[in-house]
Ligand binder design. Sequence first.
Ligand code: HEM
Length: 423
Amino acid sequence: MASASVYDQLLDYTNRANPYPLYAELRRTPVTRADDGSYILSTYREIVALLHDPRVSSDLRNRADYAMGGDDESPPGLPPNFIALDPPEHDRVRRLLTRHFGPPHDPYLIHRMIPELVEIASGLIDNLTTRSHVDLVDDFAYPFPITVICRLLGVPREDEPTLHVWADTIVEAIDPTTGDFATRKRRRDRARTELGRYLGELADARRDHPGDDMLSGLVTDDGPEGRLSREELMTNAALLLFAGHETTVNLIANGMLTLLRHPDVLQRLRRQPDLAIRVVEELLRYEPPVQFLNNRVALDDIDIAGTTISRGAPIVLVLAAGSRDPDHAPNPDRFDPDRQYNEHLGFGGGIHYCFGAPLTRPETQITLTELVRRLENPRLLADPPPYRPNPLLRGPRHLPVGFDGVAPAPATPGRDQRLSQHV
Ligand code: HEM
């Protein structure tokens, strides 16, 4: 049972800056049982096996303790979003959304956005020209992906402060370490209901006056499978907005922190922007924004690594521990963008593999490249920086960075287009 208490230590804020030694300890027993009855998986092979196992559900209504007040993902009046559904419902909703997010129906959607991504990043860096230090979270990593996801969905940017409050409440509710569960759930349900209602009204407006955004596409879709219901649209658009807010922020912030701790790689990226593709993949392995998934439940008794996970039991998949499993990745605690084989768990795996990965990859490649290219002599002003409390969606709350000046944006038409082939 020693490892179960390691899991408790992981939830403890004092370990937020460096949870990796605890993950190494956790991996000594690939499947352990925590005091609350959850099964914790920490090795690459076992995590991948369960990510692809149809006996593992993402619908928390299957939890044995559900009837006794266990969590479910949906606030009253709204269906669960598709991250919390199993096939066939999950697959239908994901297909309907994918029609407006990329291949095969709109294969060039993200590709077309590349110049706009560069422009948004450049604009935020231009704002720093009179400064000698910056909080890279508040002044860059947070506003960048929000601007992008709002444009993509068709949400007015000026509504962002309200969205920010709702998003914070939802993140807080995911955090297993804050406050009592019933209060968190009540606040989260209210935030999700309000966010859903806001998006429903926006979608109604887009039905009458469609634009070239995702919400307009979804409400006017004439595809063979019909459209999402209004409630499905509300709950799933809220998921996209929220996922687009909260994860990329941490990848950009973790990315700059890691580059500033590895100045040799930073200098290489400055000279060789193509390296961004490998840097971002390695970051997703080495400092992933989603450290673990606590949204799985066993539909049957499952034998794995000498343990039987009992039917109805909650399962936690510690993705960040799996990606640093030495049996999978040699020298796993080394940040090495040159590693030949990099099959990480940063975007999960199986049918719930991250829907937003094709957007996040170029977002992060472009932002890191622009930052290292334009900030002159950047240096960390706090190491480790202060972290957000959440152990699951982990990243710095602030990232104070000093610099000597801001280089002008290079005026080369078509620059960064080469990154787009990897989205
Ligand atoms: C660095 C950025 C991101 C990371 C690290 C990340 C990570 C993940 C992970 C680990 C999962 C698997 C969840 C599970 O299996 O339960 C996931 C699913 C998902 N992500 Fe992301 N994500 C990122 C960005 C985004 C963005 C920008 C969007 C929206 C545009 C997005 C939308 C989603 C959705 C909708 C799912 C659920 C997919 C499904 O259930 O089929 N993500 N993401």
